[in-house]
Design a protein around this ligand. Structure first.
Ligand code: ZN
Length: 318
């Protein structure tokens, strides 16, 4: 196995990396996405970045085995087309794999961000040696990549893994970004932490996170986490509630798939055991005994690099 290029396309920046056979990033740089300029503009910048990378690392189309793209949106893995990326306006039905292959004559694959993260964790992170695991990301939303029998699960139309839209409430639940109500993501994600934190303040609770941001400041999940780490009871309670919601959603997944591990990543997950402990506790209490005792809930290991590392591995994922 030789070197590969992994490209992580985000709403603000595109990160490009050369990754070796051990999953180590040898070289990386990033360019602005500038989605408002149209996708052709971004694609041209990406092409130039690939040329720069080859020049800097003394590589070429013969020594690079493959190129992989990680997109935060709906993609068609088989045809290499980005169908829709809500955070990157203008990227609708873009045949990115073909555009890159025609230019560089290097096999190119694409997949969504959570599946790339799961693939990265499988090859070089917390999923090494595991046959069955679920990699979830908790940030603005909740997504997941599933690995069953050592392989990524994509589903009939590339839409598998939408853990955030598991229903926790039959009717009258909070409204979700997907248009339905009562989804896990509507109860527990970055914005729900902030909403809960504001509700406690309105209810007259005195909290450390309010002191941290000041009266007019904007509360972020980071402030709530900081206050919880400092022992603030209100902030700790918010993470317990969040962890319980996520734990209940994951209980269904544990019962259904009997995974060895649940690997938790994403911005909110950086709060570590504050979030992971209530998730573990809820699964132990509520999952079927055998599956509940088997599963380990662990933090992701690749952090912000999961996207480029996972994308670089797409060339031999199936
Ligand atoms: Zn939903």
């Amino acid at each position: 196995m030789g070197k590969r290029i992994g490209i992580d396309v985000g709403g603000t920046n595109v990160k490009i990396a050369l990754v070796d056979e051990k999953g180590k990033i040898i070289y990386s740089h990033s360019v602005p996405t500038y989605a408002k300029m149209g996708y052709e503009y971004t694609v041209n910048n990406i092409k130039q970045s690939i040329r720069d990378l080859m020049k800097e690392t003394n590589t070429n189309e013969k020594t690079i085995e493959g190129i992989g793209f990680d997109f935060p949106g709906q993609v068609d893995y088989k045809t290499g087309v980005v169908k829709l990326a809500p955070n990157i306006p203008g990227w609708v039905n873009v045949p990115i794999a073909k555009l890159i292959e025609d230019e560089f004559h290097i096999p190119t694959r694409i997949d969504n961000d959570v599946r790339c993260a799961a693939l990265g964790e499988l090859k070089f992170g917390a999923g090494r040696g595991c046959e069955n695991f679920v990699c979830i990301t908790v940030g603005t939303g909740i997504g997941s990549g599933l690995v069953i029998n050592g392989k990524l699960v994509r589903g009939a139309s590339n839409a598998a893994g939408e853990i955030g839209h598991i229903k926790l409430q039959m009717k009258d639940g909070p409204i979700c970004g997907c248009g339905d109500t009562g989804c896990l993501e509507a109860f527990a994600s970055g914005p729900s932490i902030v909403a809960m934190a504001q509700d406690y303040i309105k209810g007259g609770k005195s909290t450390k996170y309010r002191e941290l941001v000041g009266v007019d400041g904007e509360i972020t999940p980071y402030h709530v986490a900081k206050a919880a780490e400092d022992g603030d009871p209100v902030a700790k309670r918010i993470f317990e509630i969040m962890g319980e919601y996520i734990g209940i959603g994951l209980t269904s997944v544990v019962n259904l798939l009997n995974p060895e591990k649940i690997i938790v990543g994403g911005g909110v997950a950086e709060c570590g055991d504050l979030l992971l402990e209530p998730i573990r506790k809820t699964i132990k209490q509520r999952a079927m005994v055998i599956a509940g005792e088997t599963v380990q809930v662990v933090p992701a290991e690749l952090g912000n690099s999961a996207g480029v590392i996972g994308a670089s591995m797409l060339i031999d994922a199936n």
